[in-house]
Design a protein around this ligand. Structure first.
Ligand code: DX5
Ligand code: ZN
Length: 231
């Protein structure tokens, strides 16, 4: 049987990692008109060599906006904190396949009513996430090694993005395929053509003079990459 793939909605998810942490609500207001997801990077100083925010900050931001919180947990023990992030207002949580216990973490996220994401580092093969494709809502293919904003896009990840989308299509699964790291209006083109539909961008949004325009431009470049620019 030939299944016709349902292409999920294209989205840009500005990452607050590159925003002014002293004025996060202002940063959100800047991009909200052009984005419906906000990417929240959580780092524990263990899974990655950096520390960022936890549930209290998510709760404060939740009081401020209705944007979908795409919460990227770069932490070694997500099981300990998933409930707190849910209670704080996270809509979706993404855990890394490298931390292990993936089956249990997926079940825990489902029980909590979270949208379920699974992330893979650039050097983690497709085969590591393949067994979970029918159990998740989103696969995040890291296009940099996690831990810091402002790194260069790793194009070697593109074949994995293609593998994830192709496997999902073949199985008739409508999942989001997200890319994160070094995404801008140029790198997004190849990512979109390979099947990604959610584009995280930190420095290419909040590092620009006009974050809303930058986010809009990234999304437009992604849509044009798969549909062609309007004639
Ligand atoms: C990196 C984070 C990314 C980061 C991306 O570990 O997961 O979400 O904010 O930043 P840019 O877009 O600057 O590469
Ligand atoms: Zn991230």
């Amino acid at each position: 049987m030939v299944t016709s793939p349902i292409v999920p909605e294209m989205r840009v998810a500005p990452s607050i990692l590159s925003a002014d942490f002293g004025a996060l609500s202002d940063a959100i207001d800047l991009v909200a008109p052009g984005s419906d997801w906000l990417h929240v990077d959580v780092m524990d100083g263990h899974f990655v060599p950096n520390l960022t925010v936890g549930p209290p900050v998510v709760a404060s931001l939740r009081d401020h906006t209705d944007l979908f919180f795409d919460t990227h947990l770069m932490i070694s023990e997500p099981a300990r904190y998933l409930e707190a992030f849910r209670d704080a207002g996270a809509d979706g949580c993404t855990v890394h396949v490298e931390v292990g216990e993936t089956k249990a973490l997926i079940a825990q996220m489902r029980d909590l009513g979270l949208r379920v994401g699974l992330a893979a580092n650039p050097d983690t093969p497709f085969e590591a996430v393949e067994p979970y494709l029918d159990q998740v809502d989103l696969i995040l293919c890291m296009t940099v090694f996690p831990g810091f904003g402002g790194q260069s896009f790793i194009a070697d990840v593109i074949p994995k993005v293609r593998q994830v989308r192709q496997a999902a299509d073949e199985a008739g699964l409508t999942i989001d395929v997200e890319v994160d790291g070094g995404i801008d209006e140029r790198t997004v083109v190849e990512a979109a053509r390979s099947g990604a539909n959610v584009f995280v961008a930190g420095s290419a949004v909040f590092g620009r003079a006009h974050p809303l325009d930058a986010a809009t431009e990234i999304l437009r470049a992604a849509v044009d990459a798969v549909t062609g620019p309007p004639s």
